[in-house]
Design a protein around this ligand. Structure first.
Ligand code: XMP
Length: 508
């Protein structure tokens, strides 16, 4: 794809929770950015025009990342160190790093000493987001101190207009002028603004065509934005050699399969519905553990795809994997597995189809831009994500068709109430979970011992972190009242107020 040829910033992820955000902010400024792990430093440095060293939980005294910095310095490329990256740079360049006179966590006032270079145009004081115990106490020789705070005598420095460090996190929204700082850095580093995902459609089509050659490809649509966009690209690339299917596994939210068929038909794609709910229920019978559910689900899914591929003679499978899926599912070597999302790591090792993932380098908002240019309707582009195993992981523990139907009804009620208030676009996900808990209620005139339904509504930018939505009481009341009156088996509704981390978005 073309991003091989355009300027790239390597964000070396030193373990900080915001590394993804740094890459996104840079991309928002029109420059392609990619995450690398410290052990990929050689590649990162040689493949990129500039380097960011992210924050991280380590202390510079462990010094296990010194070689990463040395490698970055050796090729004389522009470098920006953030938080731990800032301290590491300062230390390797001969500055002094030690315990901060006043460790800073959260909103912090910074005094701008020189409103120049990366701080060009900044006022004399700004409020930023900090999170550190150590601090740079003395700057590296020949460097300029640009800013300081109570706990950071050297809160920002520059060296030869090539190397920069900032103690705070410009990538988080809580930091004032964070975008401006990143924009200033990209300008000083002379990185051309060439990243425009919406202009890459032809490259993506060429990539699919080049990879699949004269063969036939299968595309599995889930109903969501990623697989729809990937399928439309593949259809443009392959025409009749693309065989698009949606597997009706029996766990889709209400109306999902029908809508997918309609939307793709309007885009000139004939979507075949494979009814396989019997296979999925049979395989999942008695399975309780969430990861086991995903594994079994992924296994059946793969088997059905292989069977279908055989029938139509397909050798390739188009998948709508996006960048955070690749990272979160441990798609890069050495990464921790968080959850085995079926669209990446959930496929069995011996899978008979070769994967083509045209969107694997894009963030969700970039996929939406591409989708918009492809003429995909807004209702799909801004639809909330549904996990691959869908309602199979929204019934806690063992699944039965009856419990799945309850989950389907409860999810539909939550969606209707949220959507009719016009809240959908501002929320990441809103759904219901059929919990394992049971509670007493009064139904009609009788006591009933029924199901506890949990409602989860979250705000998020990319699913890596999420906040529970501070829902207006009327919305929650309407949901609770409808669930308990329209679903006879439900006696209680509870609202989940857990953030991610420490929770995850889904319950399973
Ligand atoms: P968690 O629960 O890990 O979810 O905070 C993050 C995002 O991923 C979705 N999710 C999945 N997507 N297969 C998928 O394709 C899965 O097994 C899966 N599990 C969670 C989840 O809905 C949220 O958007």
């Amino acid at each position: 794809m073309r991003e091989e040829a355009i300027a790239k910033v390597a964000v070396i992820d030193l373990g900080g929770q915001y590394a993804h955000l740094i890459a996104r902010r840079i991309r928002e400024q029109g420059v392609y950015a990619e995450l690398y792990y410290p052990w990929e430093a050689d590649e990162a440095v040689s493949e990129s025009s500039a380097i960011v060293l992210s924050g991280g939980p380590s202390s510079v005294w462990e010094s296990r990342h010194d070689t990463v910095v040395e490698k970055a310095l050796a090729l004389d490329k522009p470098i920006l160190g953030i938080c731990y990256g800032h301290q590491l740079l300062a230390k390797v360049l001969g500055g002094t790093v030690g315990p901060s006179p006043s460790p800073e966590f959260g909103p912090t006032l910074v005094e701008v000493l020189r409103a120049e270079s990366i701080l060009q145009g900044f006022p004399s004081r700004i409020k930023v987001w900090m999170s550190h115990n150590d601090a740079v106490l003395e700057p590296p020789e020949a460097s300029k101190v640009l800013a300081r705070s109570e706990g950071s005598p050297v809160a920002a420095f520059s060296l030869n207009d090539r190397i920069f460090g900032v103690q705070w996190h410009p990538e988080v929204h809580h930091s004032e002028l964070g975008i401006e700082l990143i924009d200033n850095w990209l300008r000083i580093a002379k990185i051309p603004r060439e990243w425009r995902p919406g202009d890459l459609i032809q490259d993506l089509i060429d990539y699919v065509r080049g990879t699949v050659g004269d063969s036939i490809a299968l595309s599995a649509v889930s109903g969501g934005v990623d697989s729809t966009v990937a399928t439309v690209i593949a259809h443009r690339a392959l025409g009749d050699r693309l065989h698009a299917v949606i597997i009706d596994h029996g766990f889709h939210p209400a109306g999902e399969v029908k809508r997918a068929v309609k939307v793709l038909r309007e885009l000139g794609i004939n979507l075949k519905v494979i009814d396989a709910s019997g296979d999925f229920y049979a395989a999942l019978e008695g399975v309780e553990d969430p990861e086991e559910k995903r594994r079994v689900f992924g296994g059946v899914y793969a088997r059905i795809l292989e069977r279908e591929a055989k029938q139509v003679g397909a050798e390739y499978l188009i998948q709508g994997t996006i960048y955070p899926d690749v990272i979160e599912s441990g798609g890069r070597k050495g990464a921790d597995k968080i959850k085995s999302h079926h669209n990446v790591a959930g496929l069995p090792k011996r899978f008979g189809l070769r994967l083509v993932e045209p969107l694997r380098l894009f963030y969700k908002d970039e996929v939406r831009v591409i989708g918009e240019k492809l003429g995909i309707p807004e209702e799909v582009l801004y639809k909330q994500p549904v996990p691959g195993p869908a309602l199979a992981i929204r019934v806690e523990g063992r699944i039965t068709p009856e419990l799945v139907e309850i989950a389907r009804k409860a999810n539909r009620i939550v969606a209707e109430e949220v959507e009719k208030r016009g809240l959908a676009r501002q929320l990441w996900q809103y759904f219901a979970v059929v919990t394992r808990s049971r509670a007493t209620g009064v139904k009609g005139d009788k006591r009933a011992y029924g199901i506890v339904i949990a409602v989860r509504i979250v705000e998020s930018r990319d699913a890596m972190t999420a906040n529970p939505y501070r829902a207006e009481w009327g919305l929650l009341e309407a949901i609770a009242s409808r669930i308990t009156s329209e679903i006879p088996e439900a006696t209680r509704v509870v609202y989940d107020i857990t953030s991610k981390p420490p929770g995850t978005i889904e319950w399973e």
